[in-house]
Design a binder for this molecule. Sequence first.
Ligand code: CA
Length: 183
Amino acid sequence: MRNLPRVLIVEDESAIAELIAVNLRHNGLTPIWTENAERAQIEVDAVLPDVILLDWMLPGQSGLTLARKWRSDTRTKSVPIIMLTAKSEEGDKVSGLDAGADDYITKPFSTQELLARIRAVLRRRTPEQANDSVTLGELTLDGASHRVSHAGQPIKMGPTEFKLLNFLMHHPELCSQQSLLVG
Ligand code: CA
């Protein structure tokens, strides 16, 4: 069974974060709120979110730096990022998108617009990016924790192998075609 999509909110203004969280919860999403880059990184290390809402102006490390860091890390590279910001100048949008944000929303925004954009990035994901857990025979792959096990025993795997296995386990029809060709 698929879990509700997890949305990580990285926002230092609690009033905004709370408003977003309430709306997400009412719309079948699981919000996780962190107020700075350090806490956000801890959350991301624990469980990969399905979408990240990232405020630009954060105390300490900025949202922009954080977006760049997540984009350059194999594990977090494909998690959609929507930047939230009070800035509206064209130049800032460009640097946000350059840093690897998938979308951009300027404060103040309507929660309907935000929800529409979250749904859009969720729809664009491929099945292997959905962070769900998949089992084929004795092999289990957990997309959220990036762990693989065979008959309950954990298997060590590099990021490229994980990606490939994740893709194949979500497209078993490709594996059976291959076996037909080989067999
Ligand atoms: Ca802020």
